[in-house]
Unconditional design. Structure first.
Length: 173
């Protein structure tokens, strides 16, 4: 009987060690690339303006989901906030923009081989619209000239007409 208890205790020890190793393996940091790491470096608070109207906009970036996504929260003055999620898909960066207009356009970069400081996202699809011609974001360009400055150009498309808005930001925190 003592041998059976020892064997049972040893078996349980191996089981718990294997379970712990599996749990640790499940929480390894997400795969990344130099370009995605550059987007992760935006984490923090930003303040800026839309260049043509002068509208004040606050922006924040947070690395979430164990490093597999970057969440951008845009808070234009006197308007509802919007969320844009940046994720890595193969050698491309994909964004889904959760617009205050109630739709969710998805855009992606071309294949990226490194961190370039400029990322152009082209339209892939939109969810939450009644028709493809209904107004939605159809393009985004993100430029990171240095660690404390950021420029975003958002392109809105409605009934075949496009309008671009440029936002310039400075790191606040």
């Amino acid at each position: 009987m003592p041998q059976l208890r020892s064997l049972l205790a040893l078996s349980l020890s191996f089981f718990f060690a294997a379970a712990l190793a599996a749990a640790q393996e499940m929480h390894l940091p997400a795969r990344s690339t130099p370009a995605f790491d550059q987007l992760k470096s935006l984490a923090g608070e930003w303040e800026g303006k839309e260049t043509s109207s002068g509208m004040v906009v606050k922006l924040s970036y947070k690395v979430v989901s164990n490093g597999s996504a970057v969440m951008e929260t845009m808070r234009p003055a006197n308007e509802p906030e919007m969320i844009t999620m940046y994720t890595l898909e193969g050698d491309r960066i994909v964004v889904t923009h959760y617009c205050s207009a109630g739709n969710q356009p998805t855009m992606q970069t071309a294949p990226l081989s490194g961190a370039t400081g400029k990322y152009d996202f082209t339209f892939v699809r939109v969810a939450g619209t009644k028709s493809p011609d209904e107004g939605h974001m159809a393009g985004l360009s993100v430029s990171i000239p240095d660690k404390d400055h950021l420029v975003e150009v958002w392109t809105f498309q409605n009934q075949g007409q496009s309008h671009a808005a440029t936002f310039t930001y400075t790191r606040a925190k």
